[in-house]
Design a protein around this ligand. Structure first.
Ligand SMILES: [Zn+2]
Length: 301
């Protein structure tokens, strides 16, 4: 199973009616169908640019994405339950990169859940009403605590990418369910405000979570290549353990390592790991097996 923990490809729905076939993008539903088994599709609404109408912006992209995927069910389905993981269909997991679109009305979240939303990050890089972000710092608020509890109850997977360090640790302590950090890299190899340090990698593993190592140039180091990506994966495995590492490319959300800039090239990573002496079994865990385990633990039914 090959699963990618983070695509921003849904953003193309601002200009186009479908993400089925996007030759100019890193990824699309056609390539998901050809080269992967599943991908987490995040809806990102810039909290600064759309400060006045985040909720509307989110709604319009979410419904556009939902409709688009449902119109192309022969390519992939929307993942709603863990039962579906057993039937061998390709899938997308719909989610939100930041909860700024929610007011204090959690009934709205339930509404999105019923439609198919299955993961959320509390905030993007800035602080919002729920949590502190990687750029601004800050704690999880009382509202944020309630939101975590509500997500745990519903079976919505929490994503700790973009959180401040304080909020990361609070999420780890507050969440009854394991969580992911969908697109990040190792701070020990390259210091970046969005990267996880060794203590965070260990904490995430202790919570039974999964870290998605990204393919974004800015997070990995000076002129990174496939080997750099493999070094980050291997460091994350050393710190967190083989059961707690995956890939979260950040396709269509960042500048990607040249040789890996497309969903069709993910296979180059598995090949490189094999060349570095990895067993097929361990490659399978990082390629998608660990996300399957995580989804099994968090999703209902
Ligand atoms: Zn992001």
């Amino acid at each position: 199973m090959i699963i990618d923990g983070h695509w921003d490809t849904a953003l193309f729905l601002r200009e186009q009616s479908s993400i089925l076939n996007l030759p100019q993008a890193h990824a699309d539903l056609k390539r998901l169908n050809q080269h992967l088994d599943g991908a987490f599709l995040a809806i990102f609404i810039h909290p600064g640019r759309y400060a006045d109408n985040q909720s509307q912006q989110f709604a319009s992209l979410f419904w556009a994405l939902l409709t688009d995927v449902m119109e192309h069910q022969s390519f992939c389905r929307i993942l709603r339950s863990k039962q579906q993981l057993k039937c061998g269909q390709k899938f997308v997991i719909l989610g939100a990169e930041g909860c700024g679109f929610l007011s204090n009305d959690y009934a709205v979240l339930q509404h999105y859940y019923q439609a198919g939303l299955r993961f959320v990050g509390l905030t993007w890089n800035y602080r919002n009403q729920f949590a502190g972000g990687a750029s601004e710092g800050g704690n999880i608020s009382l509202q944020g605590q309630k939101l975590i509890e509500y997500c745990n109850q519903l079976g919505i997977l929490l994503d700790g990418a973009h959180l401040s360090e304080e909020s990361f640790y609070q999420l780890a302590d507050l969440s009854q369910q394991p969580f992911m950090v969908s697109h990040t890299a190792c701070d020990a190899l390259f210091s970046h405000k969005r990267n996880l340090d060794d203590a965070q990698l260990k904490k995430l593993a202790a919570c039974n979570g999964v870290v998605g190592i990204c393919l974004a140039v800015d997070f990995l180091g000076p002129s990174p290549g496939i080997n750099t990506v493999c070094e980050h994966i291997e460091h994350a495995v050393e710190q967190a353990g083989i059961e707690h590492v995956g890939i979260g490319s950040d396709f269509d959300g960042a500048k990607i390592v040249k040789e890996l800039a497309g969903a069709e090239y993910l296979t180059r990573i598995w090949q490189q790991l094999a060349d570095r002496g990895w067993s097929d079994q361990d490659i399978a865990k990082v390629a998608g097996g660990n996300y399957i385990q995580l989804l099994e633990r968090v999703l209902k039914e």
